[in-house]
Design a protein around this ligand. Structure first.
Ligand code: ZN
Length: 111
C-alpha cells in the first residue's frame, strides 16, 4: 500500500502512511501530512500558551486546597506504595539534616 495523498499545506504528495488517522474525514486520514500536522499543533500551542497557562494558573488558584490535597495524597500514596521511595525520602532528609548542621557549624566558626 503506497497510495499517495496530497497535503494542501506543504503542497506535497506523500504516502498515506505519512498522514495521521482522522475518523472525521472521508478517507479516514488527516487533511494534512504528519509533518504539517505537528508543525500546526506546535504553532497552535505557541499561540495559545499564554492563555492556557493563565487558565491553568487561575484554576490552580481557585482550587488551591484541592491541588494541595491532591499533591499530598499522591505523595502519601507513593510513600505507602514503595519502600524504595521511603528510602529515597529518608536519605534526602538525612542529607538535608547533615547540610543544615554543617552550615550551622560554619556559621558558628565565622561569628
Ligand atoms: Zn504537509
Amino acid at each position: 500500500m503506497n497510495a499517495l495523498k496530497h497535503c494542501p499545506r506543504c503542497k506535497t504528495d506523500s504516502p498515506t502512511s505519512e498522514f495521521h488517522r482522522d475518523a472525521s474525514t472521508a478517507d479516514g486520514l488527516s487533511t494534512y501530512c504528519a509533518t504539517c500536522r505537528n508543525a500546526m499543533n506546535r504553532e497552535w500551542y505557541a499561540q495559545h500558551a499564554d492563555a492556557r497557562n493563565e487558565q491553568i494558573e487561575r484554576w490552580k488558584t481557585q482550587h488551591a486546597d484541592e491541588v494541595r490535597e491532591a499533591d499530598a495524597a499522591r505523595k502519601r500514596a507513593a510513600y505507602a506504595a514503595s519502600a524504595e521511595f521511603r528510602e529515597v525520602i529518608r536519605q534526602r532528609n538525612a542529607e538535608q539534616y547533615r547540610r543544615r548542621k554543617q552550615a550551622a557549624a560554619a556559621q558558628g566558626e565565622q561569628s
